[in-house]
Ligand binder design. Structure first.
Ligand code: ADP
Length: 265
């Protein structure tokens, strides 16, 4: 789709699951904001870091949380050596520099954040800064990217249509086994034949989502387990530490998961 997209030899490792790199590059070429939907730990943040490097744009990543306000993104006056000085927030810096601004888990942020995003995500591409009276026009190259996890069962924390319809959207899921095995092997240094049963176990744990487990296990946790094993930890201990304890606190569910491990290994 985009023959000019650099291969990105120095970009952080990212194994594509489909045509997401080409779609992202096309959106970026046309200044279209991008929304990445998918469960936690399935590679969204890594994907953005990879694409920013390939496109040669600086990247500002903000992990959103329920206390994050528009001022945290835009900037604020701070006292420095007795003087009050304006300090740009990450969004303002990205707008000025023509960088990518990635708002991870954007629904977690306070409501005033979405108000700021609206004029930036339509063809005006402006960031009004009330405190300084500035109205910044986004520099060429500025791209807004946001992610959210539609899986969380919180009706209050979903994106309003008026916001989500300002983004082109890419759906991410947990990689298929034939993708996840090389990813985990590369990230952890554990050989693929030893990674394979961990990925098989992950598949079984993901099938339990909605029954005993709220969320499927992330690729990140599979990487952690493989990393511990590659570092010399026993397989059973590594699985308990990285693939069972992080998923649940319920003793009965844990016992059930341990039985599952025995069945897989
Ligand atoms: P998210 O942002 O979706 O919560 P991350 O991007 O932080 O998840 O991914 C967690 C980890 O999973 C990464 O640090 C990386 O090790 C691994 N990972 C997942 N998918 C991929 C992929 N397609 N290519 C390379 N690494 C991946």
């Amino acid at each position: 789709m985009d023959g000019n997209l650099p291969r990105g030899a120095d970009a952080p490792f990212y194994l594509p699951q489909g045509d997401e790199c080409e779609v992202f590059a096309a959106a970026a070429a046309h200044d279209l904001p991008v929304l990445l939907k998918g469960p936690t730990g399935c590679g969204k943040t890594r994907f953005v870091a990879h694409m920013a490097a390939r496109l040669g744009r600086p990247l500002y990543t903000v992990a959103c949380h329920d206390d994050l306000s528009a001022a945290d993104l835009i900037g604020r006056y701070l006292l420095k050596g007795g003087e009050t000085v304006w300090v740009d927030g990450p969004l303002t810096r990205a707008v000025r520099e023509g960088a990518i601004c990635y708002l991870d888990e954007v629904v977690e942020a306070r409501k005033d954040v979405t108000v700021v995003l609206h004029p930036l995500t339509d063809d005006r591409r402006i960031l009004p800064i009330d405190r300084t009276g500035e109205e910044l026009e986004a520099a060429p190259g500025f791209l807004l990217v946001a992610s959210y996890n539609p899986g969380y069962q919180n009706i209050l924390k979903t994106l309003k249509p008026s916001t989500r319809q300002r983004f082109v959207s890419l759906e991410f899921g947990f990689p298929r086994a034939e993708h996840e095995i090389p990813v985990v092997a590369r990230e952890s240094g554990l050989a693929e034949d030893r990674v394979a049963p961990l990925v098989r176990l992950a598949g079984k744990l993901r099938a339990m989502k909605g029954q005993d487990l709220e969320e499927g296990i992330s690729t990140r946790l599979v990487v952690y387990a493989a990393t511990l094993i590659a570092g010399g930890m026993g397989v059973e201990r590594a699985i308990r530490t990285a693939m069972i304890e992080p998923l649940t606190d319920d003793p009965d569910v844990k016992a059930g998961l341990r039985d599952l491990v025995t069945a897989v290994f």
